[in-house]
Design a protein around this ligand. Structure first.
Ligand SMILES: [Zn+2]
Length: 145
């Protein structure tokens, strides 16, 4: 019988589908692109094939990646495979500047977790996801001007 050392396993990897493929293609190129209606311009995340407002087709367009922490958690226990050695760390839902309600989830980096706050201004950057070919957005604080 083989014993699995869970602490050595990489994080779960994304499984792109027809709706999310554009997101993963963009992050592979170091870009953050989200789904937007080609007719009315409404942003959708998670992505949809057609706009829920006007039913027009959607496409992936670049976003600035800047936004505000809407809410967050601090993971203090080694409970998520691939991140055992990262605890404690913060994961936030960030409301992007492009549109009220357009929210994206990611780890918060480059800051002491005790300084993470709802309302904190952050910016996305794309980082490799260990254990595969994917890249994912993470959020780092930005100075408020
Ligand atoms: Zn639309």
């Amino acid at each position: 019988m083989t014993t699995v050392d869970w602490s050595q396993l990489p994080p779960p990897q994304p499984l792109p589908d027809a709706d999310s493929a554009g997101f993963w293609q963009a992050t592979a190129n170091g870009e953050l692109r989200l789904c937007r209606c080609t007719n009315c311009g409404h942003w959708h995340h998670p992505p949809l094939e057609h706009c829920r407002r006007c039913a027009a087709p959607t496409a992936f367009e670049p976003v600035t990646g800047t936004g505000t922490i809407y809410t967050f958690i601090v993971q203090r226990q080694p409970a998520v495979v691939g991140y055992f050695d990262q605890v404690p760390y913060a994961v936030a839902i960030v409301e992007l500047d492009q549109q009220p309600g357009l929210r994206l989830t990611g780890r918060v980096v480059d800051v002491d977790i005790d300084e993470v706050r709802i309302g904190m201004r952050v910016a996305a950057r794309i980082e490799p996801l260990r254990g595969g070919e994917f890249q994912v957005p993470v959020f780092a604080p930005v100075a408020v001007v």
